[in-house]
Design a protein around this ligand. Structure first.
Ligand SMILES: *Cc1c(COP(=O)(O)O)cnc(C)c1O
Length: 392
C-alpha cells in the first residue's frame, strides 16, 4: 500500500487517513480507487476492475467520458456558479432538455443537489399543492437519508424517530393494502418503479397502473422516485416509459449530473409554487447543468437506453442462475440487476472483488450490479461468467 507523505508526513496510507479523519459511516471495501475510464476502475496499486457499481448508479456514461470531460472543463472556464435569481444560458438549455426527455405533462423543474433533496422538495410541493399532510410509500422503499426523505423510507429509520408524522407504508406491489393506507389527509403516494436499495424489485405493471388510478380517484398526487431508475439505467430513458405512466411529480438525481452532484424534481400543472416557498444555494448552478446537459445529449446520441436493454439482455442470457443452487432469484430491468442469494451476499462481493469485479449489495442477500451503460459486450460476459464461477 502506498503512503501519502504529502498529507502531513505521518506516512499514513490513504485508507488510514480516511479511517482517521472521516466518520465511520460506510462499510469500507479496503481498496483505494484513483481513476477510471469507461467501465474500468483502477486502484492505487494499478490493479484494474470492471466497475459494476458506477458510483452507485451515477456513472451511467462510464468514467472520464471525453465529451463530458470537455463540457465540464469548458463550463468551468466560463462560469461555475450563478444564483437562480439570475437566468443562465446553460441552466435554461438544461431545463428545456429535461422537459423534452421526461414523461409527458412534466414541464417544470426544481433543481437541487441530491436524491434526498429531490424527495424533500417533492414532499413540500405535494403538501403545498394539496393542502394535505400525509404520505404513503412502500415497504422496502428508499428515498434518502434526510429527515423528510427518511420519513418516506421504510429502512434506516429506527435510530432517528420521531420522524415526520403522517407517513404510512404498504407492501410493494400490493394495491389493496396501498389503497387501504390512503386517508383523507394523504397528499401523495411515493414509489419507486424498481426498488433499488430494497433489493432490485421491479414493480408489476398492474400495480403501477393501479397506483395511477387510485391517485386520480382519491385526489392524491403520484410521486415517482426515479433517482436510481432514471437516465437510461433500466433500458428506457425513464422507467415510467416501461409502465406507460405519467407521474405528477418525478424525482431524479444519481446519473443526472454525469457524476457531479445534481438532483431535480419535475412537476406537472397540478403543482404550483410561489416565490420564496423553497430554494437551495447550489441547485441549478451552471457547472452541474453543463454536465447534465452533456450527459443527456450523450445518452441520446449514443442510444444508451437501448444499450442498457441490450447489455442487460446479454447478461440474462449468459448468466445461468438455474444451475446455481445458492441463487434464489434474479431480478432485473435493463442494467439494474439483482441476484438474490439464499445466504449473505457480502462474502461473494469480496470474492468478486478478488476476481476484479466491483459490485454492490442491496440488502443482506442481494448482489446488485449497476454497471456503466457503456460496459462492453466482453466486459458484461466477463461479469456474468465470473459471477457464475464465484457462486458455483
Ligand atoms: C440513492 C437514492 C436516493 C437518495 O439519493 P442521495 O443522492 O443519496 O440523497 C433516493 N431515492 C432513490 C430511489 C435512490 O436510489
Amino acid at each position: 500500500m502506498s503512503t501519502n507523505a504529502a498529507a502531513g508526513g505521518e506516512g499514513l496510507s490513504y485508507a488510514e487517513l480516511e479511517r482517521t479523519h472521516a466518520l465511520n459511516l460506510y462499510p469500507k471495501r479496503g481498496i483505494t480507487i484513483v481513476k477510471g475510464a469507461g467501465a474500468t476502475l483502477e486502484d492505487e496499486s494499478g490493479r484494474t476492475y470492471i466497475d459494476c457499481t458506477a458510483g452507485v448508479g451515477v456513472a451511467n456514461l462510464g468514467h472520464a467520458h471525453p465529451r463530458l470531460v470537455e463540457a465540464i472543463s469548458a463550463q468551468a472556464a466560463k462560469l461555475i456558479t450563478c444564483p437562480t435569481i439570475f437566468d443562465n444560458d446553460t441552466r435554461a438549455r438544461l431545463l428545456a432538455k429535461l422537459a423534452e426527455v421526461t414523461p409527458a405533462g412534466l414541464n417544470r423543474a426544481f433543481l437541487c443537489n441530491s436524491g434526498a433533496e429531490a424527495n424533500e422538495a417533492a414532499i413540500k410541493f405535494a403538501r403545498h399543492a394539496t393542502g394535505k399532510n400525509g404520505f404513503v410509500s412502500a415497504m422496502r422503499g428508499f428515498h434518502g437519508r434526510t429527515m423528510g426523505a427518511l420519513s418516506a423510507t421504510h429502512k434506516y429509520r429506527d435510530a432517528f424517530e420521531p420522524l415526520l408524522p403522517g407517513f404510512g407504508f404498504a407492501p410493494y406491489n400490493n394495491l389493496d393494502k396501498l389503497a387501504a393506507a390512503v386517508t383523507e389527509d394523504t397528499a401523495a403516494i411515493v414509489i419507486e418503479l424498481v426498488q433499488g436499495e430494497g433489493g432490485v424489485r421491479p414493480a408489476k405493471a398492474e400495480f403501477v397502473k393501479g397506483v395511477r388510478e387510485l391517485c386520480d380517484e382519491r385526489g392524491v398526487l403520484m410521486i415517482v422516485d426515479e433517482v436510481q431508475t432514471g437516465f437510461c439505467r433500466t433500458g428506457r430513458f425513464f422507467a415510467c416509459e416501461h409502465f406507460d405512466v405519467q407521474p405528477d411529480i418525478l424525482c431524479m438525481a444519481k446519473a443526472m449530473g454525469g457524476g457531479l452532484p445534481l438532483g431535480g424534481v419535475m412537476v406537472n400543472d397540478k403543482v404550483d409554487v410561489s416565490v420564496g416557498l423553497h430554494g437551495t444555494t447550489f441547485g441549478g448552478n451552471p457547472m452541474v447543468c453543463a454536465a447534465a446537459l452533456a450527459t443527456i445529449e450523450i445518452m441520446q446520441d449514443e442510444e444508451l437506453a437501448a444499450r442498457a436493454a441490450e447489455r442487460g439482455q446479454r447478461f440474462a442470457e449468459r448468466f445461468d442462475a438455474a444451475s446455481l443452487p445458492k441463487v434464489r432469484e434474479v431480478r432485473q430491468l435493463g442494467l439494474m440487476i439483482g441476484v438474490e442469494l439464499k445466504e449473505k451476499a457480502r462474502p461473494y462481493l469480496e470474492a468478486l472483488m478478488d476476481e476484479g469485479i466491483l459490485a454492490l449489495p442491496a440488502g443482506p442477500t442481494v448482489v446488485r450490479l449497476l454497471p456503466p451503460l457503456v460496459i462492453s459486450e466482453a466486459q458484461i460476459d466477463e461479469v456474468a461468467d465470473t459471477l457464475q464461477r464465484v457462486l458455483a
